[in-house]
Each structure stands twice: as C-alpha cells, then as structure tokens.
Ligand binder design. Structure first.
Ligand code: ACO
Length: 324
C-alpha cells in the first residue's frame, strides 16, 4: 500500500545527432566518444521542441497509459535545468499545454538528480493525501546550454523528456523508500551560469556564457562513489538485500560510470538498464526515459523491485526503491 506508478511516458525530439556529425563540429572521433562515454547518438530539439513541449508530450503518453486525463491531475512537478524561462516555471507551461486546469505546478532544480528528488517529494504528497494524482516529469533541452566548441562536454548531452503518473495503491506495490543527498561545496565541478543574481558594485556585470562547465574526471570519481553509497544506504535502511533487486535504472551519465558502478556493487551488467548509447546524457530526463523504456519492453513484472539512482550538479545524488 502506498504511492504507485500508474503510467510512464517519454518523448524524444526527432532530430538525431550522430558521432560522425560531431566529428565535423569539434576535434573528436566516433571511436573516442563511444569508448569514453558509450554514446553513439543523441536527440536534439528543433522548432516546437521547447523543454515544456517535450515534457507535455511525455506526460500525455504517461497519462494515456494510466487511463487518466490531464484534468484528473492535482499536481505537476517538473525537474529541469533547461527551461526556456526562469519565470514562469516549466511546470506552469506544461499545465497550460496539457490543459491540466485543476493542478498546481512547480519546478525543482537538482540537476541530473531532479527526477528522483521530485519522485520522493510527490510520494510524500500522496502519503499525506492519498486522493492526489501527480505528474512527475524530467525534461531537458541541454543542447541549448551546450558550448558546441567544447569537446569535453558537447559530445555528452542530449534532449528529451520522461514522465510518470503517480497515485495511491492498496496492493503490495509502490515506492518503498528513498534517500537524497547534496553537497554544495562541490558546485564548481559541474555548473551552468545564468544572469548574475547580485550586483554589489552597482555595475552592469557581463553575464558569463550560459552553458555547462565540467571537470569530467572529478565528476566521474564522485558520481560512482556517491551512487554506490546512496544505493547501499537505502538497501540497509529498507532492509532489502542487493540480490532482491530486479533492475537498477541509473541516471544515464555515461557508460563507464555505469560499468564502474556495476563493478563496485558486484552486480552483473544485465541488472543495470542502459540506453545512454541512443540518447546521451539527458540530465533530469534520463531516468524517466529509461524507466518508460524498461516498462514498455516488459522488463518489469508486478512485484519486481526496481532501484533508481542518480548523481548530478550541486552535487546532488540519491536513490529510490520501488516495488513494481
Ligand atoms: N574527443 C576527443 N578527445 C577528447 C574529447 C573528445 N570529445 N574530450 C576530451 N578529449 C581529450 C582531452 O582533451 C584530453 O586530451 P589531452 O590528454 O591531450 O589533454 C584527453 O581526451 C583525455 O581527457 P580526460 O578528461 O582525461 O578524458 P577522460 O578519460 O577522463 O574522459 C570524460 C572524459 C568522458 C568526460 C570522463 O571524465 C567522464 O566520463 N566524466 C564523467 C563526466 C560525466 O559523465 N558528466 C556528465 C554530467 S554529470 C552527470 O550526469 C553525473
């Protein structure tokens, strides 16, 4: 009995950018990208693919699976770091796009961990008020925040959205538990500027470029260690052994982080769901896109225990356990 997933959905923009195309933009190679990141292609948004539009399409797919309409939704939480406006929130645009008139809506920013943060938040809403139906969405258009002259980052990211519809269930299934972490001391290792938020000199400050800046090697080290710790702590907290997990659906950061995580946990590669080769790193959207893909491929049966885990800028990280 608890918060259950009534439907999942995803949406990827049509345009696919290959590694071969990237070879023409920056000094890189298909071989380097595939061996260092596992990525072969990523989807890139075009006209009509604003962050909220991807989100609304993913949400519509999730609503259809749930057998619900937008007007049934009480709350929309959108996890994103690439909304087209700072205000209003992306969630308000999604509400408008879907016609979810009854809902209240807001965004959260926890970078690549945004979806697991939002999922935990929605779970708490439903535990407090079991009548609520909630849309939780991860959506990103990081191609609009990428420095296309920086080969260290531009090969990694992609655009897309994933969504779940949550409600209350009386059966055995549901969200079992979660744990979330952050460490603002490490912000500089992975960040993206926006306009300055203070101006102490009363001068017109030049706005630094709005794109992702990353210390890749440092991020790699922290990501593996933090996700491993979050997983092991959550399993201990919920008294569930690692071998009871049917599928781990991690943030699709890159293949080497995921392989290292599998190695440190001592689990076989098949236990870790991977689709980074097709979509690249879609930040807050990567887990719900992967969850939808696993669900639609019938990788999850009722009663299976699924573990979601993430790591992102902040740093932020965390894990969520779900009985399907
Ligand atoms: N193509 C070719 N060469 C490249 C590219 C590229 N796209 N990018 C970097 N290089 C070069 C570097 O310039 C460097 O050259 P040099 O030795 O002449 O200076 C060389 O490759 C090695 O660079 P490193 O940074 O040491 O490469 P590394 O093996 O660490 O791989 C990578 C880089 C893939 C970024 C790795 O550090 C990594 O996976 N980090 C994790 C970062 C990540 O996944 N971030 C996603 C966002 S955070 C998140 O979602 C969790």
């Amino acid at each position: 009995m608890g918060t259950i997933i009534l439907g999942t959905g995803a949406y990827l923009p049509e345009r696919v950018l290959t590694n071969q195309e990237l070879e023409k933009i920056v000094d890189t190679s298909d071989e380097w990208i595939r061996t260092r990141t596992g990525i072969s292609t990523r989807h890139i948004g075009g006209k009509g693919d604003e962050t909220y539009q991807l989100a609304a399409k993913a949400a519509a797919n999730a609503l259809q699976m749930a057998g619900l309409s937008a007007v049934d939704i009480d709350l929309i939480i959108v996890a994103t770091i690439s909304s087209h406006m700072l205000m209003p929130s992306c969630a308000c645009f999604v509400q408008k796009e879907l016609g979810a008139g009854k809902a209240f809506a807001f965004d959260i920013n926890a970078a690549c961990s945004g979806f697991v943060y939002a999922l935990d938040m929605a779970d708490k809403y439903i535990l407090a008020d079991p009548g609520k139906k909630i849309l939780v969405i991860g959506t990103e258009t990081l191609s609009s925040r990428t420095n296309w002259e920086d080969r260290n980052t531009c090969v990694i990211f992609g655009d897309g959205a994933g969504a779940v519809v949550l409600g209350h269930g009386e059966g055995e299934g549901g969200i079992i538990g979660a744990n979330l972490f952050s460490d603002g001391n490490l912000w500089a290792l992975l960040h993206m500027h926006t306009a300055p938020s203070c101006n102490p000199e009363l001068l017109q400050a030049a706005s630094p470029g709005v794109h992702i800046v990353m210390e890749g090697r440092e991020v790699f080290k922290y990501a593996v260690k933090a996700m491993e710790e979050a997983i092991l702590k959550l399993l201990e907290q919920e008294q569930i052994p690692l071998d009871a997990i049917k599928l781990i659906i991690p943030h699709q950061a890159n293949i080497r982080i995921l392989n290292k995580l599998a190695e440190r946990l001592g689990v076989s590669a098949e236990k870790i769901f991977i689709n980074v080769q097709k979509y690249g790193n879609t930040s807050a959207a990567s887990i719900p896109i992967a969850l939808d893909e696993a669900n639609r491929a019938s990788r999850l049966e009722p009663g299976d225990i699924v573990l979601l885990c993430s790591f992102g800028g902040g740093f932020t990280w965390g894990a969520v356990l779900i009985r399907w």
